[in-house]
Design a protein around this ligand. Structure first.
Ligand code: PLP
Length: 376
C-alpha cells in the first residue's frame, strides 16, 4: 500500500488555507458524470453562489477547471488580440505575471510600475492612460499576495471605464476576505482562486465576465489561440440550463467541495466574513508588533488576510520557518522575487482566520524568536 497521509498542518501561509471538515467530506462523496442531470443542477447552484460572492449579476460566471494562473490567462487572452495594447499595473509578483501573459498573447504592454508594498497608484495609471493611444484594457491585482497590499479597485476600474477601456481584476486573494463588488466597480473580467479565502482545495478558479467582455470575446477578428481557454467553446458546457455539451471533463468532486465552501461563506454572510478577517488581522498585528515585527504595508492599505512582515534583524528566514513547521505544524510563507529571504507572509485566509490560530502562531513565534536570533 502506498497511501499518503498528510502531516497535520495549520496553513497560515499565502495559500492554500485550511479546509473545513465539511468541505473535505463533500469532496469524498461519490463521483457522478459531468453531464448527469444532478450534476448540471449543482453547476447552476455553484454559478448562483459565485454571483453572490462576486456581487455580480453577470450571466457568465463559473469556476474554471484550473489553478488561478489559468483564469488570469483566460481573462487576458480572451480580451487581447495580437497588436492590441494593454496597460498593466505592477506592484508585486502577480502584476508581472499578467504582463508576461499579455506579451505572449501578442499585445503591446505598457507597464505601470508601482512600488512593491504600496497599492497601485491611480495617478500613475491615469497618466499611462493619457499617454497611451488606443489601449484596449487595464489590468491590475486587487489583492497583491506577494506583498499584502490592497489596491483601490473601484477607482482603477473607473479610470478604465472613463477611457473606454475594459478592466481585468485579479482578486485571487481578495474574494471572501475583503469587499469585492464586481458590478459596482463595473469591472469586465474578474477572477479568483479556491485556495485562499474560499478555503476549498487549490485547483479551481472562479471567473466572471461582463456583457461587454463577452461581446469583445465574440467579436474577435482572430480565434483565441488557446483551444482550452476559448470562452465561446467553454460556455457550451457552463452556460444555460440543459443542452450542454462536452468540452472537458469537469473535476466533479472538486466542484462538490467548492459548492460546500461557498455555502459556508454565504451562510456566514460576506460582511461577517470580512469583519472576521479584519478583527483577526488587528489582533495579529498587535501580537506581532509586541514581538518587535514591522509590517511591509501601511496600515490603511493592508490586506487583513495576508500579513507581510519584515524578518527581524539577526533571524535567518528559512530555518526559522522550518522550525515553525516542524515544531508547531504551522506553515507560513516566505517572500517572493526581490522580497525572498526578507519578509514573512502570514495568511489569515478563510477557515484559517480564527482567533485561536492567531494566538497559536504568535505564541509559537514568541517561543522560537530568542533562539532563532541567537542562531542567526
Ligand atoms: N494571482 C494572485 C494574486 C495570486 O496570489 C496567485 C497565487 O498565489 C495567483 C494569481 C495564481 O494562482 P495559482 O497559484 O492558483 O495559479
Amino acid at each position: 500500500m502506498n497511501a499518503f497521509s498528510p502531516p497535520p498542518r495549520l496553513l497560515m501561509g499565502p495559500g492554500p488555507s485550511n479546509v473545513a471538515p465539511e468541505v473535505l467530506a463533500a469532496l469524498a462523496r461519490p463521483t457522478i458524470g459531468h453531464l448527469d442531470p444532478g450534476f448540471i443542477k449543482l453547476m447552476e447552484l455553484i454559478k448562483h453562489q459565485l454571483r453572490l460572492a462576486f456581487r455580480t449579476e453577470n450571466r457568465v460566471t463559473f469556476p474554471l477547471s484550473a489553478p488561478a494562473s489559468l483564469a488570469m490567462e483566460m481573462a487576458l487572452v480572451t480580451l487581447l488580440e495580437r497588436g492590441d495594447t494593454a496597460i498593466i499595473a505592477q506592484n508585486g509578483v502577480f502584476g508581472g505575471r499578467m504582463a508576461e501573459i499579455a506579451k505572449r498573447a501578442g499585445a503591446e504592454v505598457r507597464l505601470v510600475s508601482c512600488e512593491w508594498g504600496k497599492p497601485v497608484d491611480p495617478e500613475a495609471v491615469r497618466a499611462a492612460i493619457r499617454d497611451t493611444r488606443n489601449a484596449k484594457l487595464l489590468a491590475f491585482v486587487h489583492a497583491e499576495t506577494s506583498t499584502g497590499a490592497r489596491s483601490d479597485a473601484a477607482t482603477l476600474c473607473g479610470l478604465a471605464r472613463e477611457a473606454g477601456m475594459l478592466s481585468v481584476v485579479d482578486t485571487v486573494t481578495g474574494l471572501g476576505g475583503i469587499p469585492v463588488f464586481v458590478d459596482e466597480w463595473q469591472a469586465d473580467a474578474v477572477y479568483s482562486g479556491t485556495q485562499k479565502c474560499l478555503s476549498a482545495p487549490p485547483g479551481l478558479a472562479p471567473i466572471t465576465f461582463s456583457e461587454a467582455a463577452v461581446a469583445a470575446a465574440e467579436s474577435r477578428k482572430t480565434p483565441i489561440q488557446s483551444w482550452f481557454l476559448d470562452l465561446t467553446l467553454m460556455l457550451g458546457y457552463w452556460d444555460g440550463e440543459g443542452g450542454r455539451s462536452y468540452h472537458h471533463t469537469a473535476p466533479v468532486n472538486a466542484l462538490y467541495g467548492l459548492n460546500e465552501s461557498l455555502s459556508r461563506l454565504l451562510a456566514e454572510g460576506l460582511e461577517t466574513a470580512w469583519a472576521r478577517h479584519r478583527t483577526a488581522h488587528e489582533h495579529l498585528a498587535e501580537r506581532l508588533e509586541a514581538l518587535g515585527f514591522a509590517f511591509v504595508v501601511d496600515r490603511e492599505h493592508r490586506l487583513p488576510q495576508l500579513n507581510a512582515v519584515w524578518v527581524p534583524e539577526g533571524v535567518e528566514d528559512a530555518p526559522a520557518r522550518r522550525r515553525l513547521l516542524e515544531e508547531f505544524g504551522i506553515e507560513i510563507g516566505g517572500g517572493l522575487g526581490p522580497l525572498a529571504g526578507r519578509i514573512w507572509r502570514i495568511g489569515l485566509m478563510g477557515e484559517t482566520c480564527r482567533m485561536e490560530n492567531v494566538e497559536h502562531l504568535a505564541d509559537a513565534i514568541g517561543t522560537i524568536l530568542p533562539s532563532a536570533k541567537r542562531a542567526g
